[in-house]
Design a protein around this ligand. Structure first.
Ligand SMILES: NC(=O)c1ccc[n+]([C@@H]2O[C@H](COP(=O)([O-])OP(=O)(O)OC[C@H]3O[C@@H](n4cnc5c(N)ncnc54)[C@H](OP(=O)(O)O)[C@@H]3O)[C@@H](O)[C@H]2O)c1
Length: 293
């Protein structure tokens, strides 16, 4: 039992993910009706139990949504060239619409380099440099999953973003940087005044304390304490660190006493991230269908 009095409104990611996945399921069914079987390929390198578990969960969910998921499992001794060859084969296969390389890969391999080999049209993570460039330019394309999930979560709970001040702690490529680009864009679920703080801003609490919406994206357990939160603010916990299987969030639980609304320690941003992966995958299959004669 937690000793913390829960005063803030909770913002679980589960219902957001369910709404997104209901839409994905319908779109997958519509594609199947037109003879296209959406395929999300997965690649796993090595024998890490946790990674194998994550892949299994995604494959199960893919099957439940109506995707097929061809899978390639490379041994831990695979070379960078081996990994690139598998990616190239999936890139070349017109029956494969999306491609996911499970993170992490064994230490001798360069994951970021491998991601650059993925066909940008099949990039369900939305992290390919071309897609990050599209995001920066406001062009359509697959969006990075974690920030897209946060925008969807804010929209789902009808939390006004436009015209309000969003402060993001962290400028990492996965979360803080793309989220800042997204929430500053001119559309109804964004259009915010966005400030990004990081280790180069030692007095970052000065900024977080004035935020209407505070997003933790640092990966430093407990870095956000109640004194960093404006009373009544919306607090989104994106950053986490794993110690073994234990998940340690950036946002200390005691922030629930100060925040007006807050994501739960577990089941907040995580489920929305996975839902966005499938949203990117079905969109990739739809794009492929639209290119067919
Ligand atoms: N919930 C999910 O589904 C999900 C999915 C993906 C990622 N994540 C989490 O999101 C977090 C961010 O990932 P990322 O790859 O975007 O970031 P990252 O590359 O790990 O960067 C972390 C950022 O936080 C800043 N930071 C770290 N310690 C700080 C401190 N003491 N004071 C101020 N700023 C600090 C860093 O500042 P500098 O730039 O100055 O170093 C950096 O900008 C990670 O915890 C990751 O696990 C969660």
């Amino acid at each position: 039992m937690s000793a913390v009095a829960h005063t803030a409104r909770m913002l679980p990611g589960g219902p957001v993910a369910e709404a997104v996945l209901a839409d994905v399921r319908a779109r997958v069914a519509a594609l199947r009706d037109r003879g296209v079987i959406p395929a999300l390929a997965t690649v796993l390198v090595g024998d890490d139990d946790a990674s194998a578990g994550y892949i299994r969960i995604k494959q199960r969910q893919a099957a439940e949504l109506g995707f097929v998921s061809p899978h390639e499992h490379l041994p831990a001794t695979a070379t960078q060239a081996d990994l690139h060859a598998v990616i190239a084969a999936f890139n070349a296969d017109p029956a494969v619409h999306g491609l996911l390389v499970q993170y992490p890969v064994p230490g001798h391999l360069d994951y970021d380099r491998a991601l650059q080999e993925v066909d940008p049209d099949k990039d369900v993570d939305g992290m390919h440099p071309l897609n990050m460039g599209r995001l920066a330019l406001g062009m359509p394309g697959p969006l990075p999953c974690t920030p897209a999930g946060i925008e969807a979560l804010l929209a789902h709970y009808e939390i006004p973003v436009a015209g309000r001040e969003v402060v993001i702690l962290g400028r990492g490529a996965t979360l803080g940087r793309p989220l800042a680009m997204m929430l500053a864009q001119k559309r109804p679920t964004a259009n915010a005044a966005v400030t990004v703080v990081h280790t180069g801003v030692p007095d970052w609490p000065r900024y977080t304390r004035r935020a209407d919406i505070l997003v933790a994206a640092a990966g430093v357990p407990g870095i956000i304490q109640p004194e960093h939160v404006r009373p009544g603010a919306v607090v989104i916990g994106g950053g986490v660190r794993y110690e073994g299987r234990r998940l340690l969030p950036d946002v200390d639980e005691s922030c629930e006493r100060v925040a007006g609304a807050i994501t739960p320690r577990v089941g907040g941003v995580g489920p929305t991230t996975v839902a966005m992966l499938f949203r990117n995958a079905v969109a990739a299959a739809e794009r492929a269908r639209s290119r067919m004669p």
